[in-house]
Ligand binder design. Sequence first.
Ligand code: COA
Length: 265
Amino acid sequence: MDESLETVLVEFDEDSGVGTLTMNRPDALNALSAQLRDDIVAGLELLEEQNEDADGVALRAVVLEGAGEKAFCAGADIGGFSDESAGGTSARSHYDVIRDFPAPVIAKIDGYCLGGGLETALACDFRLASESSTFGFPEVNLGILPGAGGVQYVTKIAGPAVAKELAMTGEHISAERAGEEGIVNHVYADDEFEDEVDAFVDDLAGQAPLAIQAIKKSADMAVHSGLEEGLAYDNQLFQELLKTEDHAEGAAAFAEDREPEFDGK
Ligand code: COA
């Protein structure tokens, strides 16, 4: 499936089950206009439709990337700021839709990842960056703060000192530093970036999809809840997964010393 929305390209590869959304405003460094935010939501909905007639789970992972050579996303579109908040135009913001999306979403970051672009990456399940990428919250230069939870999320990941440094100075940090702080999962050499991301995504797409969905829910719940509530929730997810065909397949494959084939059933 290949579809062009106004500001987002949507692709789905049936063989691997991997969907790709490309934010396509390279001349504006993929700045988040209202249209782009709506198109990210619409693109995710199109990808989710791949599961509708599937026997099991067809969509195994989504890669979110930026078009052009320079940026993942340079943040909110500064030109379109005054008429809307940084949180999205429609009922649910693209940040929430990414967070709640059943398949894991991987931010593939090659270049600037700033402001709302960094908040978008933080909403994803994984952040994979090329070594020449840079990260920052430049909002303070406009007299505002990151409006979609950027300080909250970086504080949870890297602690308040790092969050304050990013948001109060507005300075960019290197991918290497972002990796050290846990803000990105992996930093790859520029010339190995494409291959490394493909390998990471393919591995993820081959895992048992219902388990992946449950793990995403569990980790996100841990961010928002106390430990006791989280442990009870994990136990409930565990009991549900024990009943799946994927679990039976995984156990059989282990016993038979072969690779499992998961269908998401
Ligand atoms: N919103 C709208 N347009 C943006 C943008 C943004 N957030 N970031 C970049 N652009 C546009 C620039 O206006 C420029 O457009 P033009 O070619 O029509 O003049 C184009 O993208 C390229 O940007 P440019 O500034 O020429 O590239 P650069 O490599 O010299 O600098 C940045 C890159 C990212 C450092 C710089 O563009 C910047 O600081 N952008 C603003 C980032 C920001 O504050 N984001 C948070 C907003 S809350």
